[in-house]
Write a protein that binds this ligand. Structure first.
Ligand SMILES: [Zn+2]
Length: 559
């Protein structure tokens, strides 16, 4: 390397550092992500054409945008009646860049951690169960661990464990949950996948034991399969509910106590965890499945600060830092304020949907108003980094009122204005976006995404396969519609915008077609082997969990 060349390089590096620090020291987030549940590309296009969404229209006219394909999960505990395009699943893919099977949020309701299990038994032969373990990586030797118990009427019994056809241990299992373990030598493991067999000695039927119509043959129950490596790391962790597709035979459908999806169910690191770990401040308001609020490098107003926590009377771990919850609670709109918003849509004499649907709509308006006020309060406190806020009212307005927009007959006492309810909700969210962006300088990036679209089906609106993706700011192309965005691409695209490496494990890609070609040339995507999986059994986290009971006990609430 010649001297002058080296000098030039130093100057370029200094300029780059300066550019980064200028961008990073202004008092505003560098990247803002607006999450609009259920915003539909066709409805957005029509409202833009009518001049009704001035802020979103500006972002799209001067930015890059695409329809965004949604993602669906395989069935878990209930059959999906239609496409399975469900918000908690999709928002988790948006936050993590991985498929639902990897991030673990596979439904609205998920097993309370630690409560899922499957009965093992075989009505047509000897009691034997078979499961597929993934490839086992880590430092040998390994230890296989199972949490199980014997079906009580059969008493304690002998079981044999086999891996890839070879016995790894014969053990006695009692009638109470216990953890049994067996050594796993590296020699019998295979690349790709490994077959685990559990052979029981005895089984019996509840109908043989007493007055029961249950004639399943039951040998025992299983709640956890784990593999630990020589360093004590858990390298495989399977529960029979979320991994039911790996239970090959001998297992009955899994059972569990179900709770709304929460942060402890997330099995892959979200964007804000990755950004926080590389030093970027983050601010998250209202994002799905973020309660209990885990520590972040900034602030987090969890999903249960809104209607979910209100419904379940949850008052703990609502925010990070925890003391933020009191400030946010001050921002709650009053019932009178929400009634006034609804009165702008339809008069009290009109009842355009079932009482239950209208109550949900009212609660969602309350939640969105709270999230907007929280965002407005907290947005300017983020010196740089990443900020996101989630709004749900466009989705719920679509479910409730879209058929009226599309010509459905109006119920008695309802004025024509009900036909404009969906549009009014879109406009309100657009106004919020404009309000929040007022103070944001032009070099910051603004993204707007929706998890799915919405179409009229019969008497209600239903989720459609495409949502929207919009990216605006100096790094992105101007006035450039494109195709091919997927919900999986949001997280890698935002990491790339920050100049961070994209984890190789992510299923999505950075949307290079959205970036300004010059910017892209200076910031080619980088990939790195960054582990995303959150392994190990999550701690049970609910109001009645032992941890919470302990805390309540410690402050004298209970004896
Ligand atoms: Zn919906």
């Amino acid at each position: 390397m010649t001297k002058s060349w080296r000098g030039h390089l130093v100057a370029v590096l200094a300029m780059l550092t300066l550019a980064v620090s200028c961008e990073e020291t202004g008092s505003h987030p560098s990247v803002v992500l607006f999450c609009l549940d259920g915003a539909d590309p066709d409805i957005v296009a029509r409202l833009r054409a009518e001049g009704k969404l001035p802020h979103l229209d500006r972002l799209m006219r001067t930015g890059a945008w695409s329809p965004m394909e949604s993602v669906a999960a395989k069935r878990v505990l209930r059959p999906h009646p239609r496409l399975g395009l469900w918000s908690p699943i999709i928002w988790a893919s948006i936050a993590t860049g991985v498929t639902p099977e990897k991030h673990g949020i596979l439904d609205f309701l998920l097993p309370l951690p630690g409560t899922g299990f499957s009965w093992i038994g075989n009505a047509h032969g000897a009691p034997r169960a078979e499961a597929i373990l993934p490839e086992i990586e880590g430092r040998a030797p390994f230890t296989l661990r199972l949490r199980l118990h014997s079906y009580r009427p059969t008493g304690s019994q002998e079981i044999e464990l086999r891996v890839n056809g070879q016995s790894v241990g014969a053990l006695t299992v009692g009638e109470k949950w216990e953890i049994v373990s067996a050594p796993l030598s590296e020699a019998l493991l295979r690349p790709g996948q490994n077959r685990l067999e559990i052979l029981f000695a005895k089984q019996s039927r509840p109908s043989d034991e007493g007055p029961s119509h249950d004639d399943r043959a039951l040998a025992g129950a299983l709640s956890l399969i784990e593999v630990e490596d020589a360093t004590g790391n858990t390298v495989v962790s399977m529960d029979p509910v979320s991994q039911r597709f790996d239970l090959v035979e001998g297992f009955y459908p899994p059972e569990a106590d179900l709770v709304e999806a929460q942060s402890s169910h997330l099995r892959s690191r979200p964007l804000w965890s990755l950004l926080g770990a590389t030093g970027h401040p983050v601010g998250i308001v209202g994002y799905w499945s973020t309660w209990p609020a885990l520590e972040v490098n900034g602030f987090l107003v969890s999903s249960h600060m809104g209607l979910r926590g209100r419904r379940q009377h949850i008052s703990t771990e609502l925010t990070w830092p925890p003391e933020l919850a009191d400030d946010v609670a001050q921002l709650q709109p009053t019932d009178a304020e929400i009634e006034a918003s609804i009165a702008e849509l339809y008069p009290p004499t009109c009842s355009p949907a079932s009482e239950r649907s209208l109550e949900v709509f009212k609660q969602v308006l309350w939640q969105d108003e709270l999230y907007f006020r929280s965002a407005k309060r907290l947005f300017p406190t983020l010196p740089h980094g990443f900020f996101t806020v989630y709004f749900e009212s466009i989705d719920v307005a679509g479910h409730t009122f879209l058929p009226f927009r599309d010509g459905a007959a109006l119920p008695a006492n309802c004025p024509e204005s009900v036909r404009h309810a969906v549009e009014a909700v879109y406009q309100r969210v657009d106004t919020w976006i404009g309000d929040l962006l007022e103070t944001l300088p032009a070099e910051a990036s603004v993204l707007v995404v929706s998890d799915h679209g919405m179409v009229t089906e019969g008497s209600s609106g239903y989720h459609a396969r495409y949502g929207i993706f919009v990216a605006n700011g100096s790094a992105f192309r101007r006035g450039a519609p494109f195709r091919g965005a997927s919900a999986l691409d949001v997280a890698p695209t935002i990491l790339h915008r920050f100049g961070e490496a994209i984890p190789l494990e992510m299923d999505g890609k950075t949307l290079v077609q959205a970036f300004d070609p010059d910017w892209l040339q200076q910031h080619p995507p980088r990939y790195q082997d960054i582990p995303l999986a959150i392994v190990g059994e999550p701690a049970p986290l609910t109001e009645d969990s032992e941890e919470v009971i302990d805390r309540l006990r410690s402050i004298g609430y209970i004896q």
